[in-house]
Design a protein around this ligand. Structure first.
Ligand SMILES: [Zn+2]
Length: 281
């Protein structure tokens, strides 16, 4: 990992002499801000200013904890490596673009220089000034573009190399991340399947229990009901032939009454009915 590149990035974002913070934070997690201040020989407010600037771009993150003795919050900072690399990537792309722009104009345009002042101007500006320096009136000389072209090409190559490195680094980090995510997903899926399987077992057990309970209840009811039913049937059967007879009404009343509770009463009633019915025949 290119700590030096990060160093430069931080200085671009947060100002001169702030790059040292990268050396302190790099490869660590939740670094106490007082420790950072001590190492950088800055006040806590100066350190916070740097960190706030960086956190605005998501390059650092923080957690805060309350100091139980002093009662105030202490911030703990972490460098967000992936975010830094992404930022670095776009900053390097911008640089390459601007270098290419300069290279293009050096390759296609003429520049003029006043040697005593060391001032270089574009052809348009030189024309405007009548090809003599507007500071010292010295006649401009045509600039030799070969050195700036060489320099620009070298800078572009170097920056592209850095960009490749950063992209490689990002690739590795992202692969790691996606592997980690895949592992977590797999784990979650496994747990979910286990949970489902367990629920299935629990539900099946519950169903079995309910079914058993039903059978049990049915058995009990059947035991209680059997004599009543038998009697009832005997009582209702002869009902049909006597339907139109005057004895119809009492039969109906008996039928409507709840069977189980008043078994004895019913039995008596049924007996009476039977007798009546016999007589009716
Ligand atoms: Zn001059």
């Amino acid at each position: 990992m290119q700590v030096k590149l990060l160093h430069n990035l931080v200085e671009e974002m947060a100002g001169e002499n702030t790059g040292r913070i990268v050396d302190i934070l790099f490869g660590k997690k939740d670094v106490n801000e007082f420790l950072i201040a001590k190492k950088m020989e800055l006040t806590i407010n100066q350190v916070r200013n740097i960190l706030y600037k960086l956190s605005a771009d998501g390059l650092v993150s923080f957690i805060r904890k309350k100091d139980k003795r002093k009662g105030w919050y202490i911030y703990y900072w972490t460098l967000k490596t992936e975010k830094c690399l992404v930022k670095l990537e776009s900053s390097l792309i911008e640089k390459i673009d601007s270098f290419n722009h300069v290279l293009g104009s050096r390759e296609t345009k003429r520049f003029y220089v006043c040697n005593p002042c060391g001032i270089e101007v574009s052809e348009e500006k030189a024309l405007e000034n009548g090809f003599s320096c507007d500071e010292c009136a010295e006649v401009y000389e045509l600039s030799d573009n070969s050195k700036p072209i060489r320099d620009m090409k070298a800078r572009i190559t170097r920056t592209e190399k850095n960009l490749d490195m950063i992209r490689e680094e990002l690739k590795i980090i992202r692969e790691k991340e996606s592997k980690k995510r895949a592992r977590i997903n797999k784990k979650n899926e496994k747990e979910e399947n286990e949970r489902k399987a367990l629920m299935k077992i629990v539900r099946a057990a519950a169903r079995k229990k309910i079914a058993e309970a039903k059978i049990e209840t049915t058995k009990k009811i059947t035991k209680k009901k059997t004599p009543v039913k038998a009697v009832k049937k005997k009582a209702t059967k002869p009902k049909t032939p006597v339907k139109k007879s005057a004895k119809k009404k009492p039969v109906k009343t008996v039928k409507k009454k709840p069977a189980v509770k008043k078994v004895v009463k019913k039995k008596n009633l049924v007996k009476k009915l039977k007798k009546k019915l016999h007589r009716g025949k």
